[in-house]
Design a protein around this ligand. Structure first.
Ligand code: DP6
Length: 323
């Protein structure tokens, strides 16, 4: 009973920040993302009678403690649905560096949801897979469907899942990730979601989310770069305003982060199609048209404080692999 799956990380265009239910990861607002082609997590799951406990090997390193517990919770859910009592061996590898400002949990938990359910003999439809991945990491539910993805917040466990609004070929975009620090962040997203509600700005951010989501969806469907740039930057700034005003305050930016943000705004004013968006860290995702990717990568690499620049185009759905 084994299966291997591959999934891409995704970059949030409208951010998920804060939960209505922390245990089930039901978010307070809907979100949007695009999958990142070329970057991926590959996860193999084997259920076997010969195993006496669950085990996890991540990038050739044996993981125990909280990381393993989080994986076992997904395995438990799969075991329960499939009616099996076997332990599992999980082996996962990312082809992108950790600490590069790309959430590895999204790719890892979506690949895990697909591989584990298949290995256990379950044939889950996309929404069920997305819900299963969401239980491991909220943003992972968006790495199950293809291309440009919407996650409706929903009110219950069963109606909070992600779906594709357009395939990758709908719009030739690219993400150039300017790495300004590869160190580990002090407070990760899971804790951050709990802190969101301590900011007096969170209520306003959440109340306005349906409007931003409608604007973002239309901009993607119309391939309207200008509106897209405006709303995605605004949404990122709003999330960081909440982070900075939560208790304790979360300041993820460093001086190079701000230098990249300002440079991106200047380049846009000069006519280059670019905008930025930033997750829970100091690295800056700079979105542009695919035809401008090399130019933007070179410009970013030349900025003071930028250590390296990773690039990705728009990626497809999580999928099963042979072996
Ligand atoms: C800032 O999905 O990483 O990247 O559910 O605790 O694993 P957990 O959180 P996670 O949160 C992502 C936060 C974000 C914005 C986003 O991806 O929408």
């Amino acid at each position: 009973m084994k299966a291997t799956a591959l999934a891409h990380p995704n970059i949030a265009l409208i951010k998920y920040w804060g939960n209505r239910d922390h245990d089930l990861r039901i978010p307070v607002n809907g979100s949007f993302s695009m999958n990142l082609e070329g970057l991926s997590a590959k996860t193999k799951v084997l259920f076997s009678e010969t195993l006496s406990e669950d085990s996890l090997i991540l990038n050739e390193e044996e993981i125990s403690g909280a990381g393993l517990v989080r994986v076992s919770q997904i395995l438990d859910e799969v075991r329960k649905s499939a009616g099996i009592l076997l332990y599992a061996e999980v082996v996962s590898e990312n082809n992108f560096p950790t600490g590069a400002g790309i959430a590895s949990s999204a790719a890892a938990f979506s690949a895990l949801a697909l591989a584990a359910s298949k290995a256990a003999g379950l044939e889950l439809e996309e929404p069920s897979l997305s819900i299963l991945a969401r239980h491991g990491s909220g943003s992972a539910c968006r790495s199950i469907p293809s291309g440009f993805v919407e996650w409706t917040n929903g009110k219950t466990d069963q109606d909070s899942y992600a779906f594709s609004i357009a395939p990758p070929e709908h719009w030739d975009l690219a993400d150039c990730v300017a790495v300004t620090s590869s160190g580990h962040k002090h407070i990760g997203s899971t804790q951050g979601h709990r802190l969101a509600e301590t900011s007096p700005l969170q209520k306003a951010r959440v109340e306005d989310a349906p409007r931003r989501i409608d604007i973002c969806r239309k901009a993607i469907l119309d391939r309207d770069f200008e509106t897209f740039a405006f709303i995605v930057e605004k949404d990122s700034d709003l999330m960081h305003a909440v982070m900075m005003t939560s208790n304790p305050a979360l300041f993820y930016w460093n001086p190079a982060t701000l230098h990249v943000m300002q440079s991106v705004r200047d380049w846009r004013a000069e006519g280059l199609p670019v905008f930025y968006t930033i997750d829970a860290g100091p690295n800056v995702h700079v979105i542009t048209l695919k035809e401008k990717m090399d130019e933007v990568q070179a410009k970013l690499a030349a900025l003071k404080g930028v250590q390296k620049v990773l690039t990705a185009t728009v990626g497809g759905a999580a999928r099963l692999l042979e072996g």
